[in-house]
Design a protein around this ligand. Sequence first.
Ligand SMILES: *[C@@H]1O[C@H](CO)[C@@H](O)[C@H](O)[C@H]1NC(C)=O
Ligand SMILES: *[C@@H]1O[C@H](CO)[C@@H](O)[C@H](O)[C@H]1NC(C)=O
Ligand SMILES: *[C@@H]1O[C@H](CO)[C@@H](O)[C@H](O)[C@H]1NC(C)=O
Length: 172
Amino acid sequence: MEASRRRVAAAAAATLLPLFFLAFATVSGTDRFTVGDSKGWNPGVNYTEWEKKHRPFHVGDWLVFYYQSGLADVVQVDEVAYNKCDASSPISNYSKGRSYAFQLNHTKRYYFICSYGYCYQGMKLAIKAEPLPPPSPPPSHKPSAALSLVPRSAAVSAVVTLAVSAALLRFL
Ligand SMILES: *[C@@H]1O[C@H](CO)[C@@H](O)[C@H](O)[C@H]1NC(C)=O
Ligand SMILES: *[C@@H]1O[C@H](CO)[C@@H](O)[C@H](O)[C@H]1NC(C)=O
Ligand SMILES: *[C@@H]1O[C@H](CO)[C@@H](O)[C@H](O)[C@H]1NC(C)=O
């Protein structure tokens, strides 16, 4: 009797532990976005549309800009400079190498432009970093968010099913 109870406890621990880590990973996850997706940070891409497709962005998320060395840069500016494509007084600028990873550290709006003249054709990005979502967010209406929840809930129900069947087997 004692031994079987211990076995049940061990089985419960073995099944609950992955569940705990799964939940923890969900809460602490930050996302990494490749600006422009496969098109990268280049002329001729509409970054307003890219932003619409990928929002919401959250504090802690990363933006990775991939650009052609010597042909583009990433200049962080304020809203007024963003609207005018004015790179003369940047908050920060980056042009080394072929990529730049920027972390959205604060809850605020960020503005990026390219100072090589392509900004006027739309090589500019405005992003709002929102607060981290609560641990168990309510069901979202956005299809993309709903889709990303599917594998996670499937994994959870698999673990729960396993736990229940393991417990049943012990007592039958
Ligand atoms: C970027 O910053 C450097 C100094 O940090 C400055 O010399 C350069 O002119 C800046 N470039 C732009 C496009 O603002
Ligand atoms: C964000 O914060 C990290 C560490 O707290 C720091 O290393 C990094 O430079 C910050 N990034 C920006 C864009 O301010
Ligand atoms: C980008 O697309 C938006 C619509 O999503 C449009 O209003 C805007 O004019 C476009 N920008 C450029 C530079 O074509």
